[in-house]
Design a binder for this molecule. Structure first.
Ligand code: APR
Length: 400
């Protein structure tokens, strides 16, 4: 039986793969998306929710923003709390005057899947790529009813886009070819909590505390995300609802600033804050976008935005290569994206230093712990008092 063929085989139906697929269809480039999980699993995964102005622009210009424009919420402020009080930055009036659109990622994914299928796209759920070699993707799980992408079969593309996350086969194939990775472990973890509770403040709140960072991210009128810095290796099962709300109240200093609106905990997971960037996100027939090309710690909510940025750039490059035989866009892909990717990493890294005190006070020499905390407060003070710093912060906080 002949192998399935496509101009671009996209591995992974996360934000990167779905934006890329939609843009390719729109430009008349044929593609197929292989996704190892089921549609329900992909559409039900609650993750990020912060869209930068650039991402909203790309999605709007490409007819992918109806849902987020109708149901997304605009965030224009963020708030910082510490033992030294509280201040709010109204970033809509700072920097470039850009804002965030908050739209739960699973809803964006749902919209992107629906639009891809509406455009006539070929999207195979339950089809796991086992490996990729020279434009050929070997499929492991052929749950797909047509049998076209059955186990052990190959799907061949003129190009393969690895949009399959940081543990995917796309990245593995490139690193096996010797592409180096720059890597950083921020040394801290977050207990990420999704609560069926209305937000307790207008938008985002960051609390610095000697017990560790706590964050509040408004999502919808009825759902709020909270973060609690926790030691590496924490088991989410050790955090009961009671313990979560008590710890949040302490770190968010509710005695001073007013209570949190509590609700049932819908989800709790532990995220280790790590970042990495592949020094070259593609070569020949294999190109990566999103987490596959680099993982960014969640401290500044840049992950999904970098995925959109890279997907847009890659779509343009594939279009030129496949429709006009011009591979110069692919040759420039790394040079186009990496400087912006690194700026996002730099900001995210700074933000991580602002939010987190010494990771595990017990393990750290006390002088170092003191130094770390003093730096944290110097950063916070600079942000509170310097208009220039606020402008710089706003530009980086909302941009990619
Ligand atoms: N074969 C097929 N699909 C795969 C394979 C494989 N071997 N490996 C992974 N996948 C799928 C996953 O099931 C997932 O749906 O690839 C998809 C990757 O999606 P994401 O992990 O969402 O990655 P990406 O699209 O790069 O999203 C970028 O969104 O939520 C943020 O923090 C997240 O920064 C990340 C960003």
């Amino acid at each position: 039986m002949a192998e399935a063929q496509a101009g671009v085989v996209i591995v992974g139906a996360g934000p990167a793969g779905l934006v890329l697929g939609n843009l390719l269809l729109d430009r008349g480039v044929d593609c197929v998306i292989l996704e190892r999980r089921s549609r329900a699993a992909v559409e039900g995964r609650a993750r990020a929710g912060f869209l930068a102005a650039h991402s909203v622009r790309v999605l709007t210009e490409n007819g992918l923003a109806a849902g987020l424009l109708a149901r997304g919420r605009t965030h224009t402020t963020c708030r910082f709390r510490s033992e030294r009080g509280e201040f709010t930055l109204d970033y809509a009036g700072l920097g470039r005057g850009e804002v965030h659109t908050v739209y739960p990622q699973q809803e964006l994914v749902r919209d992107l899947v629906a639009e891809f299928l509406r455009r006539g796209g070929d999207l195979r759920f339950g089809a796991e790529a086992a490996d990729v070699t020279d434009g050929r993707v070997r499929v492991r799980d052929g749950a797909d009813a047509t049998g076209r992408y059955a186990t052990g079969r190959y799907v061949t593309g003129r190009y393969v886009a690895g949009c399959d996350g940081h543990r995917g086969v796309g990245r593995a194939a490139l690193t096996a070819q010797g592409v180096p990775t720059a890597r950083w472990d921020h040394g801290v973890s977050w207990l990420a909590v999704l609560a069926a509770a209305p937000p307790s403040m207008p938008a985002t709140g960051y609390a610095l505390h000697e017990r560790g960072f706590a964050g509040h991210m408004a999502r919808t009128a009825t759902v709020t995300r909270y973060y609690l810095q926790c030691p590496r290796g924490t088991d989410p099962a050790d955090w009961s609802e009671d313990r979560i709300w008590t710890e949040l109240a302490t770190r968010m200093r509710t005695a001073e600033f007013g209570p949190l609106r509590e609700g049932a905990v819908l989800e709790k997971t532990v995220v280790d804050l790590r970042s990495d960037v592949l020094e070259s996100p593609g070569t020949g027939r294999l190109w990566l976008a999103g987490d596959a090309a680099g993982l960014i710690s969640p401290s500044a909510a840049k992950g999904a935005n970098l995925a959109v940025l890279q997907a847009e750039s890659l779509a343009r490059a594939f279009e030129a290569a496949l429709l006009r035989g011009d591979e110069s866009g692919l040759a420039r892909y790394a040079a186009d994206c990496l400087p912006r990717v690194w700026r996002a990493h730099e900001f995210s890294h700074w933000m991580s230093g602002l939010l987190h005190g010494p990771a595990d006070a017990g393990d750290i020499d006390r002088d170092e712990a003191r130094y770390g905390r003093a730096l944290q407060y110097a950063r916070l003070e600079s942000l509170r008092t310097s208009r220039r710093h606020q402008d710089f912060f706003a530009e980086n906080y909302t941009g990619v």
